[in-house]
Design a protein around this ligand. Structure first.
Ligand code: GTP
Ligand code: MG
Length: 205
């Protein structure tokens, strides 16, 4: 399986602005600067598809991308379309209190409305234990019955020997098993194949 092509569609802050269609949709959330936009670019092998920045707070709207997948199974090849959704980060305090509340509202609306939402990848920086905002968001998604899965990002930033320990901390803090966590580096592309395989499982459902 691999991505053939990916294109930016639209930025939205309200439901009426979401693109039409019934293709499966995958959303990427996490703290500001955790690497959501970079991960989308890495999976799509398309630099500059989603805008990234070293300064937190780059993504401010709900950004939709159309991604064309090639699947090969049982000796046959199939093409599928899917939406990737890049979201603003949470846990970033620079914006004013009222802006934050509004932010929460339109993100919440997004998660509660979408019938085509098949997976939410919640990204956690592999170097640090999940913070309170990560835990609260994770619990909220689970309470809503939404299909959330954790991706530990920036794996190039720690040594292999420390990886296991860090994965244990992340898993324990969120109340999941370490084996359920995907690991990725947008810098090296490590873990990209596992992510693609995971996405394909969604497409084959
Ligand atoms: P917001 O849109 O502000 O919420 O941030 P984001 O989560 O979309 O993060 P973004 O992809 O913009 O990346 C933030 C910074 O982290 C950028 O400087 C990236 O180059 C860097 N970064 C992202 N992924 C990786 C990674 O896997 N490895 C390394 N070393 N740096 C990364
Ligand atoms: Mg971003």
């Amino acid at each position: 399986p691999d991505v053939i092509r990916a294109e930016y569609l639209i930025s939205a802050v309200r439901q009426e602005q979401y693109p039409p269609g019934d293709e499966p949709e995958i959303a990427f959330i996490g703290r500001s600067n955790v690497g959501k936009s970079s991960l989308i670019n890495s999976v799509c092998r398309h630099r500059g598809l989603a805008l990234t920045s070293a300064t937190p707070g780059k993504t401010q709207t709900i950004n939709f991308f159309r991604v064309f997948f090639k699947l090969s199974h049982n000796n046959s090849e199939a093409r599928r379309q899917i939406f990737f959704v890049d979201l603003p980060g949470y846990g970033y305090a620079k914006t004013g209190r009222s802006t934050r509340r509004q932010w929460a509202k339109f993100i919440e609306e997004y998660f509660l409305q979408s019938s085509r939402l098949k997976r939410i990848y919640q990204l956690i920086d592999i170097r640090h234990p999940p913070m309170e905002s990560d835990i609260l968001f994770h619990q909220w998604l689970r309470r809503q019955g939404l299909p959330v899965k954790i991706v530990a990002t920036k794996s190039d930033k720690i040594t292999r020997s420390r990886m296991k320990e860090h994965m244990g901390v992340i898993a324990r803090t969120l109340g999941i098993e370490p084996e359920q966590i995907l690991i990725h580096s947008a810098l090296s592309g490590a873990g990209r194949d596992e992510l693609l395989d995971d996405i394909v499982q969604i497409l084959l459902q």
